[in-house]
Design a protein around this ligand. Structure first.
Ligand SMILES: [Zn+2]
Length: 232
């Protein structure tokens, strides 16, 4: 079992990866500091920054990043999509459903992990999953999917219908949230227990292994072949 991790700036992710390469799957966040969350889509220095990190380190994805509405059409964002395609990377995108659709207009083949399932309701999430085969959703910060330890029936149906498309997540964007990781895991185990064991295992860890770990190994192998170097 592993964790997809990103940070602002990327040094924190690299430190974690160095400390536990068997546990950490790095994603490359376009922010050098968290305040760039609102400005990065019009910051011309972002693609060059990403390229320099991509030359030095290995990642499974670019993200998590925040995009709203027409920001998805900004030249900087389009260049980030192109970089992901060029390097065989996924995108970890914090965006609502309408914004996500703009990504697929620009690149129908984009492989996207949809952060927080876009904070959308279960019907909308299911519709997008059905429309885009290369879309997965993480359920971090989704306290609304369960009440008193039980999955809400509409979410229960969507998870059963698309057992291979969801992953649990925690959103540790600020240090104080690390203290809550244990409680969050207990909460997730509570609602996962409402599902058939096979579905619960998929959402808890198996989908992550099959999608993220497999993609990270593929990216690493590809980079090794290109550089002729040993994995670092
Ligand atoms: Zn987010």
């Amino acid at each position: 079992m592993r964790a997809l991790v990103s940070s602002s700036n990327d040094d924190g992710t690299q430190q974690l990866y160095q400390a536990a390469p068997e546990l950490i799957i790095p994603a490359l966040r376009p922010y050098r500091q968290r305040s760039e969350l609102t400005t990065w889509t019009r910051d011309e220095s972002v693609p060059g920054y990403l390229e320099s990190r991509l030359r030095q380190y290995r990642y499974v994805a670019i993200g998590e990043f925040h995009v709203h509405g027409a920001q998805a059409d900004a030249p900087v964002v389009r260049r980030v999509l192109a970089l992901a395609r060029q390097h065989g990377l996924m995108l970890h995108v914090h965006a609502d459903a309408d914004t996500l659709e703009r990504f697929y207009l620009h690149d129908p083949s984009a492989r996207i992990l949809w952060a927080h399932a876009g904070f959308e309701g279960p019907a909308r999430v299911a519709a997008l999953l059905e429309r885009h085969r290369n879309l997965w959703a993480d359920l971090s910060m989704r306290g609304d999917i369960a009440a008193e330890g039980k999955l809400r029936p509409d979410w229960h149906s969507v998870l059963i219908k698309h057992p291979d498309r969801f992953m649990v997540g925690t959103d540790t964007y600020t240090p104080s949230r690390w203290d809550q990781v244990g409680a969050h895991a207990r909460w997730a185990r509570g609602w996962l227990a409402d599902l058939p064991q096979e579905v619960a295992e998929r959402i808890a860890w198996r989908n992550g292994e099959e999608v993220l770990t497999a993609a990270f190994i593929a990216v690493s192998n590809r980079q090794s072949a290109e550089s002729g170097a040993q994995p670092r």
